[in-house]
Write a protein that binds this ligand. Structure first.
Ligand code: AMP
Ligand code: ZN
Length: 491
């Protein structure tokens, strides 16, 4: 196990910072907030680049012994969800429930760990109102005709995350700036509470009926779940400004405390050099790709294999390549797992050797060291595929046996816990075991080499085994059956 210092590129400081959690109790608690989807449609795989990167971040910290509390919100009230519900003639909650559920199914299909908390904006309105009220009382927010705005000029630290100067904070500078007809004192001020419009869902407030602005949602939900100051906040690069800049402004002005210590942002997933997005129409949902027969783990690998701070150009070719890499890992894992079945059939004669075990222990440390350097996945994957080559070589040289195959499997399990590859051997059904035993008997009979009948029976049994998707690997003592790898199915 490595003890190398963890470093993350922190958008707030603009450099790589060593990771020192806020919790000094020795419990190694870490608070992680990641901005979740707006549930008005299926998320596209650009969104999933962000979610898979965040999942790697969490898994890695957990493998380094941290107790991560992961909060991911669902934005279930905004212009898009309201418009969608209106279009389908449904209540807002009914409309968003479908996409919230679909989102969680997609997360599971990609083997992302379930967040510990998944607050929905519509369930946290009182917390948002309280925060807005505090800002109004402090003179940082003001009401105008039933809406409430944040007076950006009042917050000295404004721009510290995005490095934007106040005069650059122009409405429309990002597609997520609230460009609406609400009246603000300054164009840079942003809305905290929007006065209800005719026919829109609304909640009561001290300023009359209305609904929250998008930025206040995340400030209120993150602080409610993780406290006024927490360790890590992550999202895609489009959220740096204005969303995260505004979250800092709201939270720090209200509490007087630092909001978040480390801010991590992933670069976009691109299609032909352009951001994949709903508005450009250049997107695939996960469901589109699975319908094309894409393996969710290949997609997960394709999303993970490029460092999060480099843009990722998405191609189906790239997913195909990732799928070959997944197959390499699966085959290697299956080969080694098959040793557990071989004792019954093999005639023995393996060479004992711990060289591979030592190599793999070292490989785990090298992977964790690579990831400790701002999640350097390129180096980590280079180590993994070097290990796969070494394992295959050791297997063919009969250096993996009943004594040490468990150590080899443990390497895969460790990589699985860090990267979420979802590798799990399928238990061999009894029927297949019976076929194998029969085949083994046939092949061990003294007449086997001279008897065409016995050879044909052996071939028939192999075909029956293959018909169930199990493969018998020849060329090794005992005719080792290859175990199958079980894959998570999209539900
Ligand atoms: P949204 O549902 O638009 O709020 O986005 C959910 C998450 O996906 C946020 O963290 C966004 O920054 C991220 N995101 C959106 N589009 C992309 C993209 N093309 N590449 C990477 N991340 C993205
Ligand atoms: Zn957010």
């Amino acid at each position: 196990m490595t003890s190398q210092t963890i470093e993350f590129d922190n958008t707030l400081s603009g450099r790589k910072d060593s990771f020192q959690p806020l919790d000094h109790s020795g419990e190694k608690n870490v608070g992680l907030y990641t901005c979740g989807p707006t549930v008005y449609d299926f998320a596209h795989i650009g969104n999933f680049r962000a979610f898979v990167f965040e999942d790697l971040l969490r898994r890695f910290l957990e493998c380094r012994g941290y107790r991560v509390r992961h909060v991911m919100n669902l934005t279930d009230v905004d212009d898009k969800t309201i418009a969608g519900a209106h279009r389908e003639g449904k209540a807002l909650e009914e409309f968003t429930a479908r996409f919230s559920q679909a989102f969680n199914e997609d997360l599971r299909a990609l083997n992302c760990l379930t967040p510990h908390d998944q607050p929905r904006a519509t369930r946290k309105i009182p917390q948002m109102l309280e925060l807005i009220q505090t800002l109004v009382e402090k003179g940082i927010a003001y009401e105008n005709e039933g809406s409430v705005y944040y007076r950006v000029a009042k917050f000295a630290g404004y721009g510290k995350l995005s490095k934007k100067k106040l005069d650059m904070n122009i409405a429309g500078a990002s597609d997520r700036v609230d460009v609406d007809e609400y009246d603000r004192e300054q164009v840079s001020d942003f809305v905290l509470w929007k006065k209800a419009k005719e026919g829109e869902p609304s909640w009561e407030s001290p300023w009359g009926p209305g609904r929250p602005g998008w930025h206040i949602e995340c400030s209120a939900m993150s602080m409610e779940c993780l406290g006024p100051t927490f360790d890590i906040h992550a999202g895609g690069e489009d959220l740096i400004f204005p969303h995260h800049e505004n979250e800092i402004a709201q939270s720090e002005a209200a509490t007087g405390k630092p909001f978040v210590k480390y801010w991590l942002h992933c670069k976009f997933l691109l299609v032909d050099g352009e951001k994949m997005s709903k508005s450009k129409g250049n997107f695939y949902t996960l469901r589109d790709l699975l319908a094309k027969g894409c393996d969710p783990m290949a997609l997960r690998l394709a999303l993970l294999a490029t460092h999060y701070r480099s843009p990722l150009n998405f191609t189906l070719e790239g997913v195909k390549e990732a799928s070959e890499s997944v197959k390499k890992m699966d085959d290697c894992y299956a080969l080694v797992s098959s040793i557990s079945y071989q004792s019954e059939f093999s005639t023995g004669g393996y060479v004992e050797n711990s060289e591979i075990v030592q190599f793999l222990e070292n490989a785990v440390t090298r992977v964790l060291n690579a990831l400790s350097d701002d999640l350097n996945v390129s180096e980590a994957f280079a180590v993994i595929f070097e290990a796969v080559r070494e394992i295959n070589r050791a297997y063919s040289e009969k250096k993996i046996d009943q004594m040490n195959y468990g150590n080899v499997l443990r390497f895969f399990e460790k990589m699985d816990s860090i990267f979420g590859f979802d590798i799990e051997p399928e238990k061999m059904p009894n029927q297949i075991l019976e076929f194998l035993k029969r085949r083994d008997q046939v092949r061990k009979s003294p007449e086997f080499r001279s008897s065409k009948e016995l050879q044909s029976e052996s071939d028939k049994l192999r075909a029956q085994i293959a018909a169930h998707g199990w493969i018998v690997k020849d060329g090794r003592l005992g005719e080792a059956p290859i175990a199958k790898v079980k894959r998570r199915k999209w539900d």
